[in-house]
Write a protein that binds this ligand. Sequence first.
Ligand SMILES: Cc1cc2nc3c(=O)[nH]c(=O)nc-3n(C[C@H](O)[C@H](O)[C@H](O)COP(=O)(O)OP(=O)(O)OC[C@H]3O[C@@H](n4cnc5c(N)ncnc54)[C@H](O)[C@@H]3O)c2cc1C
Length: 297
Amino acid sequence: MKSAPFEHHEPDTVDEAVSLLESLDDPTILAGGQSLVPMLRFRLANPDVVVDINGIDSLDYLDEGDGHLRLGALARHADVEDSDLIDEKYGSFADAAPLVADPQIRNRGTVVGSVAQADPKGDWGSILLAHEGEVIATGPDGDRAIPADEFFLLPYDTTLGEQELITEIRVPEPAPTEGSAYHKLKRKTGDYAMAGVGVRLVFDDDGVIESAGIGMTAVDITNARATDAEEHLEGERPSPDLFATAGELAAEQSNPESDEHGGADYKERMVDVLTQRALSDAAERAGTVTVQRRVTQ
Ligand SMILES: Cc1cc2nc3c(=O)[nH]c(=O)nc-3n(C[C@H](O)[C@H](O)[C@H](O)COP(=O)(O)OP(=O)(O)OC[C@H]3O[C@@H](n4cnc5c(N)ncnc54)[C@H](O)[C@@H]3O)c2cc1C
C-alpha cells in the first residue's frame, strides 16, 4: 500500500525546522524513514504534514566536544558502525551498531530517530541509559538537555515537546578506567532484540567500581535501567560472583512479556546471561581486570 498524500517540507537549517514545527498543524518529523515510512505505507501513521530534516547538513555529525560523544540527528547507524572513534573508545556503541536491523536500514536509519521512536525494542535507548546520556531537544525556546532517565515514558511516547526536534544525543566521554559493552539476543539477522543489555562501568584507581550503568532492551514497556544491579556493583571489586548476582538482580527487575519468540521466563534468564557477558566485557575493556564468565551458554 502507498502512503496517504501529505505536504512535504524540507528545511535547510534547524531554525527553519523549528519555525515549521511551530507554525504547521501537527507536523511529523522524517529522518531516515526506516520506522516512519513502513508506518506510512501500512497507514498506521497518516500525517498531513511532514518536516523532512535530511537537508539540514549541520545535523550530520558524530564527534567529541564539551566532554561528550555527540551524535547529531542525521548520524546514521552505519556512521557509528564505520567510526574509528567509536571503535577506539565506545565499546557499547561499537557492539550495538552492527546488530541493528540489516545493512540497508543501517545506511538510512538514524540513531536519534531510533531514540525518538522510543520503541522498547530499540537498542540505542538502552545504551543512552547505561551511559547516563542526554537528549538535546531544540524548540522555539532554544535548546534543553533531557537526561535519558527522564526521556522515555511509554512505548513510542517521550517527554519531547510537540514543537521540538531532537538535534543531538550525547554521552560523557569515557574516563581512562571506563569500559562499556552491549549484548543482544535476536532470532536472526535483521530482527529486533528479544533481549539486550548495555553496560558502562567506571573504576577508581584501585580497581573498585565507582559507577555502573545498565540499560535493558525489549524487556519492559520502555528501555529501562537495572538500578538494583547497578547499586549492587558500585563500591565493589569485579568478580564472577558479583557479576552473577548483578545478572540475577537485572533479570528480577526486568518485566518481559511472552510472545512468539520466547516466554517471559526465558527472556528473564537471558537478561541475566547478557548482563553478565556485558559486565565482563566492560570490565575487560576498562583495562582493570579480566573476569571469567560464570555463565557460558
Ligand atoms: C525491519 C526493521 C528492523 C529494525 N531493527 C532494529 C533493531 O534491531 N534495533 C533498533 O534499534 N532499531 C531497529 N529498527 C528501527 C531502525 O533503527 C530505525 O532506523 C529507527 O527506529 C528510526 O530511525 P529513522 O532515522 O529511520 O527515523 P524515522 O523513521 O524517520 O522516524 C522515526 C520516528 O522518530 C521521529 N523522529 C526522527 N528523527 C527525529 C528527530 N530528530 N527529532 C524528533 N523526532 C524524530 C519521527 O517523527 C518518527 O516518529 C528496525 C526497523 C525495521 C524496519
